[in-house]
Design a protein around this ligand. Structure first.
Ligand SMILES: Nc1nc2c(c(=O)[nH]1)N[C@H]1C(S)=C(S)[C@@H](COP(=O)(O)O)O[C@H]1N2
Ligand SMILES: [Mo]
Length: 167
């Protein structure tokens, strides 16, 4: 009974946090598609500007990574929150970058390692020149076991599209 009450409470909180998906007013930086129930544009796509993505709960990571010097501070969102917002269900994300690089990441990676899709580095939005505006960031310092080709390869930058594969 108490468990049920807590679940209902969490449900209420999450439906307050995740307002209706509006339409982007700024530059579109992410287009999502796939197993989505709720759309703000054509049948199979939802588009986001930075301000919309910043409405998702923010998560941060401080880490080194193989392609930057020194330690950096990243802020971004967790895909699980984006999927909840979209009322989408899936286990694998297919991310595509502006250079046509494609990678598939199991959602379990984000849950197990607290990885994020970052939109901010060292207190600023990430410019395209700095591999932005969106990049997958793993905490390589906290979880040294992630320092392998699989997770380097999943560390996609300049992300443009996110496809939620069918569950
Ligand atoms: N957008 C984009 N992200 C990418 C890649 C890429 O080509 N484009 N290469 C991936 C691979 S295979 C690795 S190992 C790491 C590091 O790539 P680098 O060795 O070219 O710096 O970035 C990953 N993210
Ligand atoms: Mo790689």
């Amino acid at each position: 009974m108490i468990r049920f009450a807590i679940q209902m409470l969490l449900l209420c909180i999450s439906s307050i946090t995740f307002a209706e998906i509006e339409s982007p007013t700024g530059r579109v930086i992410l287009t999502t598609s796939g197993a989505i129930d709720e759309f703000n544009t054509d049948e199979k796509q939802a588009q986001f500007d930075l301000r919309m993505l910043q409405q998702l709960p923010a998560h941060e990571i401080q880490t080194h990574n193989p392609w930057e010097e020194g330690i950096h501070h990243y802020v971004g969102f967790h895909p699980r929150d984006l999927l909840q917002w979209l009322k989408a269900d899936g286990h694998i994300l297919r991310l595509t970058a502006s250079n046509q690089y494609v990678t598939e990441i199991p959602l379990s990676d984000f849950n197990d390692w607290d990885a994020i899709i970052a939109y901010e580095m060292d207190g600023h939005p990430i410019s395209v020149r700095n591999k932005g505006p969106l990049m997958v960031v793993y905490n390589f310092d906290k979880h040294p076991e992630l320092r392998n080709e699989v997770h380097y390869g999943r560390s996609i930058w300049q992300i443009q599209t996110l496809r939620i594969m069918e569950p």
